[in-house]
Design a protein around this ligand. Structure first.
Ligand SMILES: Nc1ncnc2c1ncn2[C@@H]1O[C@H](COP(=O)(O)OP(=O)(O)OP(=O)(O)O)[C@@H](O)[C@H]1O
Length: 446
């Protein structure tokens, strides 16, 4: 049985060759005002003129993101919770209003379309969500659910819609007799299949899939993913596939984009990304995949520290505040060993991860007894003076102010002087696997 395009070929995206760009996102930004109150984003500072600043408190959920999605491919989008994946997906579909940037889809900039033009385009781009239970109206029958988008776009007559809905049920692996049933009678996997049929009903070219299998049992996930791959081939679909689960991303993607705090930090062919990761954030994500064998421990590596606030993200590389490979500031002479030690000391002071120690104990613990040479050594010494305890006196605990002063001294002298803090990274790397471009936003590749 074939499901034809009831919208005609001019809408099918067939004029774009497989592998050519279907969606081109350029400089896309989505900022949210932090709360919806009347004075949201308004701040008062008597030391500046004018003393009232409007719009400072903006959540930079997506901040200057550029990439393309090629016809027929699945671009995986992965990153920790809160890094902006959903916001990016929704902004591309214009479910959210972009703050800046362009979204070229088959020659039109979705960012500037409005009214009827945008409504027309909406049939070509669809979205499926994580939780099939809450996204399906329990009062409606499966047939009505699948037909709803067709009705909204005036596609076919009643009979045609019913016929198409039944065909699509079969295509997504469900019995067409389910047409009159209610979704509550279905399992999670079946409900997600209904969602797929619904998205396909208007014959889209492009589907944003936001964690579509995350709520399903692992055993069901692979079946739904396989169906999605089969449908992609049959209908020439293009997917942007959002997931936090790297094994799901690995299963379905052709290329993978890694997102951190509103930025794309790495983008490469799937094999290249998994076998030859070049961004320390990607490396950390890959290392934190739980190892199935419990004897080997639950996880090999865990990302240190918290994701910084997207209201005021770090300058330069956004990952630098958690990066285990922060680059030494150029202005001083370092040996690799002394920089590694200084960086570890700075992180430990910043996160206050050690018990009070004397001057001598700190030198031995962090520097093997020998501080860095020259000016960096003097700065480290000053920081040690601030936080070292003196066992000879009664005063065993240093004050918070002294810790804060030591932290600021180290961060100001070293971390904030690093190229990682002063310049935004963007590099193309020679791939080891395949010929696709490999983008990595990390100054280790300068
Ligand atoms: N409507 C909103 N108003 C204000 N801030 C928002 C809004 N929606 C999202 N954010 C913020 O934008 C950032 C990105 O959120 P987003 O949901 O896109 O991340 P995510 O990577 O999809 O996370 P998850 O996997 O948990 O859904 C977060 O800091 C979030 O708190």
């Amino acid at each position: 049985m074939t499901v034809s395009s009831p919208l005609g070929s001019e809408m099918s995206g067939e004029d774009i060759a497989y592998g050519d760009s279907l969606v081109e996102v350029d400089g896309l930004k989505k900022y949210f005002n932090q709360d919806s109150g009347l004075l949201s984003g308004v701040s008062f500072d008597p030391n500046q003129f004018p003393p009232i600043d409007v719009g400072q408190q903006r959540v930079k959920a997506v901040d200057d993101v550029s990439f393309e999605i090629r016809r027929g491919e699945t671009l995986g989008l992965v990153g920790e919770s809160g890094c902006g994946k959903s916001t990016l997906g929704r902004t591309i579909l214009r479910l959210l209003e972009p703050t800046d940037g362009t979204i070229n889809f088959k020659g039109d900039d979705l960012a500037t379309l409005s009214g009827e033009e945008l409504r027309q385009k909406r049939s070509e781009i669809q979205m499926i969500f994580q939780d099939p239970q809450s996204s399906l109206d329990p009062r409606m029958r499966v047939g009505q659910i699948i037909e709803e988008p067709m009705r909204a776009h005036d596609m076919l007559d009643d009979e045609g819609r019913e016929e198409r809905a039944k065909e699509l049920l079969e295509k997504v692996g469900l019995d067409p007799h389910h047409y009159n049933r209610h979704p509550h009678a279905f399992s999670g996997g079946q409900r997600q299949r209904v969602n797929l049929a619904r998205a396909l009903s208007v014959n889209p070219d492009f589907i944003v899939c936001d964690e579509p299998v995350s709520a399903l049992d692992v055993s069901i996930q692979a079946q739904v993913l396989n169906t999605m791959e089969k449908l992609q081939e049959e209908f020439g679909l293009t997917y942007l596939f959002i997931a936090h689960d790297l094994s799901v991303i690995r299963h379905i993607s052709d290329r993978v984009a890694v997102m951190y705090l509103g930025n794309i930090v790495e983008l490469a062919d799937k094999e290249e990304l998994f076998e030859n990761p070049q961004h320390p954030y990607t490396e950390a994500l890959l290392e934190s995949i739980p190892v199935p064998d419990p004897r080997k421990g639950e996880a090999r590596g865990v990302l240190e520290g918290e994701v910084p606030s997207p209201i005021n993200p770090p300058s330069g590389c956004r990952f630098r505040t958690r990066c285990p490979r922060l680059i030494a500031p150029d202005e001083y002479e370092w040996t690799d060993e002394k920089w590694d030690q200084t960086r570890a000391f700075m992180r430990a002071v910043k996160r206050r991860t050690f018990e009070p120690m004397t001057d001598e104990e700190l030198r031995v613990e962090f520097f093997g007894g020998t501080l860095p040479q020259g000016e960096p050594g003097e700065i480290v010494e000053e920081a040690i003076d601030l936080i070292a305890t003196d066992h000879a006196s009664d005063e065993l605990e240093q004050t918070q102010d002294e810790w804060d002063e030591a932290r600021e001294l180290l961060l100001d002298s070293f971390a904030r002087q690093s190229i990682c803090a002063t310049e935004e990274p963007a590099y193309e790397i020679e791939p080891e696997y395949g010929t696709d471009a490999h983008f990595a936003a990390c100054h280790l590749h300068r």
